[in-house]
Design a protein around this ligand. Structure first.
Ligand SMILES: [Zn+2]
Length: 305
């Protein structure tokens, strides 16, 4: 091959390479241009979208401004529902808020918490102030001492209390007064009859076990254990009560025990291990025997059967 031939081949190869380079550059530039256009289009569409949204918001604001600032609540004649600007913008429609409706919702939430706590419905009205201390036929103890013990639990100066005595003397009233006040202060409260507790634990043995039951009654800021010593303890009764009261002792939380039996009977029923846990947190106790207030007006059930 001559030198000329070689030069021609090299020149042709060089030209091909340069042509390919140029083609690639053109391709790149076209792609870049396409990207620029796409970005521009996206930007335009976003800005159009924002403009539309702004226009819509402005129109909606104008619409809101034209509405009456308050209207009478449909559910509560006489109660003014006020136009809530922020809530309206969020919902995309006019939102009127009635304070009576809001109060109803709060009352419903409280009712739900009261029911969930287990506080019996017949004592949910109880306060320490509306406990009648002028009871007739006082045979043993004093009604005022019940109030004093309730106050000590309320104030936190005592950790545990046993209120014992004949039926209808107001043990549940005192316990409920403390429990409702605690619940209204936002604390978890639990109230359970011993027989119900034992049944729940027994049922749990064939389900998920008793841990969640124990947790509930240990975690409550105030626990009321009702019907202490009403029936003989089941085989695992002492273990169940000890687990809960030991957990509460460690957490430093308060427990009120209610019983229709005498204090010596309650003492024997609970046993040494449980008494030890109650005593280490100071346990106030009182036995009362005076006329029943059940069905009286003070118990909000004036219609005697
Ligand atoms: Zn209303």
């Amino acid at each position: 091959m001559s030198t000329d031939d070689q030069d021609q081949i090299i020149a042709a190869a060089q030209a091909r390479w340069e042509a390919a380079q140029a083609a690639r550059a053109a391709e790149r530039s076209a792609a870049e241009q396409e990207q620029r256009l796409a970005a521009q289009a996206a930007e335009d569409s976003l800005s159009r979208f924002l403009q539309t949204a702004q226009a819509k918001t402005a129109a909606f604001e104008a619409e809101l401004a034209a509405l009456p600032p308050s209207v009478e609540c449909k559910r509560h004649p006489g109660s003014n529902a006020v136009l809530n600007h922020e809530a309206s913008l969020e919902a995309g429609r006019a939102v009127y808020r009635c304070p009576t409706c809001a109060g109803d919702r709060a009352a419903t939430a409280r009712e739900r918490r009261l029911i969930g706590s287990g506080i019996p419905s017949d004592v949910r009205h109880a306060t320490l102030a509306n406990f009648r201390t002028d009871r007739p036929n006082v045979v043993q103890g004093t009604p005022a001492e019940f109030v004093r013990i309730g106050q000590a639990i309320m104030d936190g100066t005592a950790r545990n209390a046993i209120l014992a005595g004949t039926t209808g003397i107001g043990k549940g009233h005192i316990a409920a007064a403390v429990a409702v006040a605690r619940l209204d202060a936002g604390w978890p409260v639990a109230w359970v009859e011993c027989s119900t507790l034992f049944r729940a634990v027994h049922r749990s043995y064939s389900e998920n076990g008793p841990d969640s039951i124990y947790h509930r009654y240990i975690a409550a800021n105030l626990l009321v254990l009702d019907e202490i010593a009403l029936r003989a303890l089941p085989a695992d009764g002492e273990e169940i009560l000890f687990t809960i009261l030991d957990g509460r002792h460690k957490a430093g939380t308060q427990t009120i025990l209610l019983s229709n039996e005498t204090l010596p009977t309650v003492r024997e029923w609970l046993g040494g291990r449980i008494r030890d846990r109650l005593n280490s947190g100071k346990v106030l106790r009182h036995y009362g025997d005076w006329a029943s207030m059940r069905g009286e007006e003070a118990d909000a059930a004036s219609d005697k059967f």
